[in-house]
Design a protein around this ligand. Structure first.
Ligand code: AMP
Length: 432
């Protein structure tokens, strides 16, 4: 029978890769917790309306990329294409936003029906951070600082560039869109079908057209920065001053507009040239109008989302994951000869108790010494503990051996009860 395969663009994460993910995840948890952020979990499936009303009905994500379907009740639902909308929905529904400051983070799978390629998948994963109830630029900077701290802890700072832009308020952009449409009306002949279609619905999207003819038609187009209101400008100026004071390097890119409609004022992206075409690793900004737009009260907000797959690709290609994080286990118990299972289990337990952070595998499948040792090597353990007794011996086992698998050094022979203590030579004597 034909074997079934995973769906295109949806990846299995196998045990070796999962160790890379765990390393990244644990670093992320540590960083967000060090800033006092708390985790929130919300469903993978939401009403389609939620995404239409937040991300915007005339965006690539909502128009072309969502996994939407009628469920068995006939309700139109979608797999979440990003986390902010669900986070806002959940936080508001449970009263977390009213007159409060909230610092939240989330993590999980997102779904977009894009054309799969390296760094771009149909199921991908994001870490996100969202802060609510704070209006000044300090909170934008705090959120950016979280990402900067993460890059630092991962050893990636030098490979990532922060681009920022001020896209003003929704009203500013509305005026700008009108001006852009008016400008483009005089250039219709130079546009392609795509641009002509978008000219009235969402002209700003034409700005990232890859078509050379369209790009040259845009050369003298009005610029968004000329439409941005004074308050936004002041906010942005202070934000830049704070970033500079913190020595977070950035470049201004006034062409940076994000593919989601809910942003206002400061938006940004961290990009790298180590990944080829899919160089955006983290995107974020302020979205003060969104809570209201989804039916809540006016609430200032800002946040970012990081693409986990892209970060893992980066860490892997730059060799930034410490070997210790990639070691699947530490100690392998080789158990040769009759009826030693219960001794082996108690030795393994004693080791686990003394070194709770170590992985201890107890060979559970019998077999000869050599074949068990092979498994010990392929397990990735640093040390094998050998319990061995020949077939005729009776009575309790008195001694075991400890063998380093890293350098093949001589074995240590020791009394069974002393094995945990003697492992201190390899793993340090502390329990930590
Ligand atoms: P966005 O939600 O579009 O602002 O994306 C935030 C981050 O998620 C991007 O910077 C990417 O790192 C990541 N990302 C977005 N779409 C994909 C995708 N289809 N596959 C993998 N990562 C993605």
């Amino acid at each position: 029978m034909e074997k079934l395969q995973a769906i295109r663009g949806m990846n299995d994460i196998l045990p070796e890769e999962a160790l890379e993910w765990e390393y990244l995840e644990s670093t992320f948890y540590r960083v967000v917790k060090s800033f006092g952020y708390r985790e929130i979990r919300f469903p993978v499936v939401e009403q389609t309306q939620l995404f239409k009303r937040s991300i915007g009905a005339v965006t690539d994500i909502v128009e072309k990329e969502m996994y939407s379907f009628d469920d068995r009740n006939g309700d139109n639902v979608s797999l979440r294409p990003e986390g902010t909308a669900g986070c806002v929905r959940a936080a508001d529904q449970h009263g977390l936003l009213y007159n409060q400051h909230q610092r939240l983070w989330y993590q999980g799978p997102m779904f977009r029906h894009e054309r799969p390629q390296k760094g771009r998948y149909r199921q991908f994963h994001q870490f996100g951070v969202e802060a609510f109830g704070m209006s000044g630029p300090a909170i934008d900077v705090e959120v950016i600082q979280i990402s900067a701290m993460l890059w630092k802890d991962l050893g990636l700072t030098q490979y990532l560039k922060l681009e920022i832009n001020n896209i003003g308020s929704a009203q500013d952009r509305k005026k700008y869109a009108q001006a852009l449409t008016a400008y483009l009306s005089g250039k219709v002949d130079e546009l392609d079908d795509d641009a002509r279609n978008r000219m009235h619905s969402n002209p700003m999207r034409i700005l990232d057209s890859k078509n050379e003819a369209v790009r040259s038609a845009l050369v003298d187009a009005p610029k968004l920065c000329d439409f941005v209101n004074q308050d936004s400008k002041t906010h942005f100026r202070k934000l830049k001053e704070l970033l500079t004071a913190l020595e977070v390097q950035f470049v201004e890119n006034n062409r940076l507009v994000r593919g989601l409609d809910y942003y206002n004022n400061c938006v940004y992206e961290w990009t790298t040239d180590t990944l080829g075409a899919q160089g955006a690793v983290c995107g974020g900004g302020r979205y003060d109008g969104l809570v209201r737009q989804l039916g809540g009260r006016e609430t200032e907000a800002c946040g970012f989302a990081i693409g986990i797959e892209r970060l893992v690709l980066m860490l892997r290609s730059l060799n930034k994951i410490p070997a210790s994080a990639l070691r699947p286990t530490d100690v392998y118990l080789v158990v040769v000869g009759g009826s030693l299972e219960s001794e082996a289990f108690s030795v393994a337990e004693a080791i686990r108790e003394k070194y709770p952070h170590l992985g201890v595998i107890c060979h559970c499948a019998g077999g000869k010494f050599n074949s068990q040792m092979k498994r010990a090597y392929t397990s990735g353990a640093r040390v094998a503990v050998v319990l061995e007794r020949d077939g005729e011996a009776i009575g309790p086992l008195m001694e075991g051996k400890i063998r380093s698998l890293d350098d093949g050094a001589e074995s240590i022979v020791t009394e069974i009860d002393n094995i945990p203590e003697k492992l201190g030579k390899f793993f340090g004597n502390s329990e930590g």
